[in-house]
Design a protein around this ligand. Sequence first.
Ligand SMILES: Nc1nc2c(c(=O)[nH]1)N[C@H]1C(S)=C(S)[C@@H](COP(=O)(O)O)O[C@H]1N2
Ligand SMILES: [Mo]
Length: 211
Amino acid sequence: MAETRTDEVDGPSTDGVEDLTDLYRQYGDDRLPPGQRETDRFPVLSKSGTPAWGPEETFEVWGAVDEPISLSLEAVTELPAVTQRQDFHCVTGWSKLDCAFTGVEFAEIAERAGVREDAEHVLFHALDGYTTDLPLEECTREGVLFAYGYDGGDLPSDHGGPLRVVTPHKYAYKGAKWVSGVEFLTDRELGYWEKRGYSDTANPWNEERYS
Ligand SMILES: Nc1nc2c(c(=O)[nH]1)N[C@H]1C(S)=C(S)[C@@H](COP(=O)(O)O)O[C@H]1N2
Ligand SMILES: [Mo]
């Protein structure tokens, strides 16, 4: 007698891609957040152009951790990786659906760094001087990745390659492109756009655009 398999519903699909395109159900009924329009393009949005990631550049983790980390890009790509399909929502109003990103989960890095009990917040640092912040508990959940792959290839430099953060549950400004550092904090600090009037919580389904 054939068994009914119910355990495949939430697990990774057979192609090894984690499907996070239904993440919106945690927040509302509509996949497209209010006030957003869908685009087939993948626009580039950078405050000041694409910085060069030199061969000496490292990825650093510091602050409220027991084991600060310094890794070459190559070492980052040797860590356990995941590929996820997700939607991407920019606060300026466009959404790109079904993006496939490959990278290392935030939780994997946090685990290796030995995040201290008193750590509560995270500030991401990027090569172009950009910063963005999130509460620690918004980072250790599924979907927050240090991504180096996009749609089966390398992440293009305009889109933050060789390494960027993606945050499918937040507007895309919470995902630092060219991310070179992660700072664990005991108190909240605001990032670049958050200091300039954009929402610190940035939930697209609640339209949290401005503070
Ligand atoms: N380092 C850095 N990261 C950044 C930005 C930036 O200017 N610098 N812009 C943010 C904004 S507002 C958005 S919408 C996304 C855009 O990503 P994309 O250019 O790949 O579409 O990156 C975010 N991360
Ligand atoms: Mo954005």
